[in-house]
Design a protein around this ligand. Structure first.
Ligand SMILES: Cc1cc2nc3c(=O)[nH]c(=O)nc-3n(C[C@H](O)[C@H](O)[C@H](O)COP(=O)(O)OP(=O)(O)OC[C@H]3O[C@@H](n4cnc5c(N)ncnc54)[C@H](O)[C@@H]3O)c2cc1C
Length: 379
């Protein structure tokens, strides 16, 4: 076995997952090349940026363990990248989960009970970090909020600017020796049934190929004897600015129809997002999508009616068949590693999953990821 310093890797796709894999491979001393074609509709650039594994609705225990560790990884990773004072990239602003009307109370109670049961099981987060508040207190957390029926607060929740974080990770890896090629990878190079590299404008060989192509990752399925394993789920999301905003002390607001508000600096808010199944790969903005996002935003925060529209973004979430991430080596092609399928949670999971996948090559195991192997689909 070659020593780490002589091993080579190619990463296909430089979203949040590929950026983190590349960064951690370089840190391990593996000679790495990242291929990324920055295609329109990439999810990382469009993401809202909510990091709050504690309040997630996912019931799968393995997913929750992964999400929890991913959340704990964030703070130290931000410090490692020197971004701890860059509130335009990362900031712990807290999150309020709310039920606004009687129809939402059942969903609210289910989520609160799930969160509380996990709290009892794992002892995390501490009781003074996540708690239910009286409805009338909600406006202290989010001035101008519509009257709520129920609310709980998670102090640990953070917001992250996906595109900025990805760029910082890639630049930092680049300074340490990452080679970046802005080209489309058309296929894997197969020699005698083994993946020996990739085909782009040229053929490039490597010991390992890591596929982190987001919603487009299934392009390589057939060559690896796999069925398509991810599909795009379109999300439309708007950025607005509230003029004359005096109070700048807002938390993230999560309502119960899959929508949310993320506060940014100087009166900016992100209102998200549609979740469009069977959307295909077309990253278009639709009247219906934009209307849905604004309707829900104004419902929870009426002042938005007078906000200035800055932009509408569209991203394609990489959604796996069972809504769980796809992580790890491909059966029968052990030097090919998959890192995708993180759906609506890729910003939360991506940085830590990138480290997990890079460390697979060295044989170290940060966490058991066997539940997320692609092999689960062929059982
Ligand atoms: C509207 C919206 C809101 C979201 N909000 C949140 C949130 O609040 N919190 C959260 O945790 N997650 C959120 N997500 C989900 C998160 O954005 C994604 O799960 C995550 O960004 C996926 O990252 P990725 O690296 O897998 O894919 P992507 O970011 O899509 O990156 C894939 C990259 O691969 C490149 N690529 C693909 N194929 C090739 C090829 N053949 N050759 C070269 N390059 C290739 C693409 O150009 C792209 O740059 C949101 C997503 C959307 C759309």
């Amino acid at each position: 076995m070659a020593c780490l310093l002589t091993r080579t890797a190619i990463v296909i796709g430089g979203g949040i997952v590929g950026a983190s894999v590349s960064y951690h491979l370089i840190k391990l001393g593996i000679k790495t090349t990242l291929y990324d074609d920055a295609r329109e509709g990439n999810a990382t650039t469009a993401a809202a940026g909510i990091i709050s594994p504690e309040t997630s609705h996912y019931k799968d225990p393995a997913w929750f363990q992964l999400a929890l560790k991913s959340g704990m990884f964030y703070g130290p990773f931000i410090v490692e990248l020197g971004l701890e004072n860059r509130s335009n990239v990362y900031s712990k602003v807290g999150e309020l989960t709310i039920a606004l009307n009687a129809n939402e109370i059942e969903s609210y109670n289910n989520t609160r009970d799930l969160v509380n049961s996990r709290h009892l099981k794992y002892g995390y987060p501490a009781s003074d970090e996540m708690y239910e508040i009286e409805p009338q207190e909600a406006k202290q957390y989010f001035p101008g909020i519509a009257p709520v029926k129920k609310a709980f607060y998670n102090k640990n929740a953070a917001r992250i600017h996906g595109g900025e974080l990805r760029d910082h990770i890639v630049q930092s890896a680049n300074k340490k020796g990452l080679k970046i090629i802005n080209e489309t990878v058309d296929g894997l190079r197969m020699v005698e049934g083994k993946a020996t590299g990739i085909i782009s404008d040229t053929i490039t060989e490597a010991d390992y190929v890591i596929i982190t192509g987001g919603a487009w990752s299934s392009l390589f399925a057939e060559q690896l004897d796999l069925k398509p394993f991810v599909e795009p789920q379109r999300g439309q999301i708007a950025q607005v600015k509230l003029l004359d905003l005096v109070d700048n002390n807002y938390c993230i607001l999560r309502a119960f129809q899959g929508h949310y508000l993320v506060p940014w600096e100087n009166g900016h808010f992100v209102i998200g997002a549609t979740r469009e199944l069977n959307s295909g790969f077309d990253p278009i903005k639709t009247i219906r999508g934009v209307q849905e996002v604004f309707r829900e935003g104004i419902r929870v925060f009426p002042a938005l009616e007078n906000a200035e529209l800055i932009e509408v973004k569209v991203g394609l979430r990489p959604r796996s068949i069972d809504d769980l991430p796809i992580l790890g080596r491909v059966p029968n092609y052990e030097n090919v590693i998959l890192g995708t399928g993180m759906g609506p949670s890729g910003l939360q999971l991506g940085p830590y999953c990138g480290k997990i996948l890079a460390e697979l090559i060295t044989g170290s195991k940060l966490i058991d990821i066997s539940n997320f192997n692609i092999g689960r689909f062929s059982k």
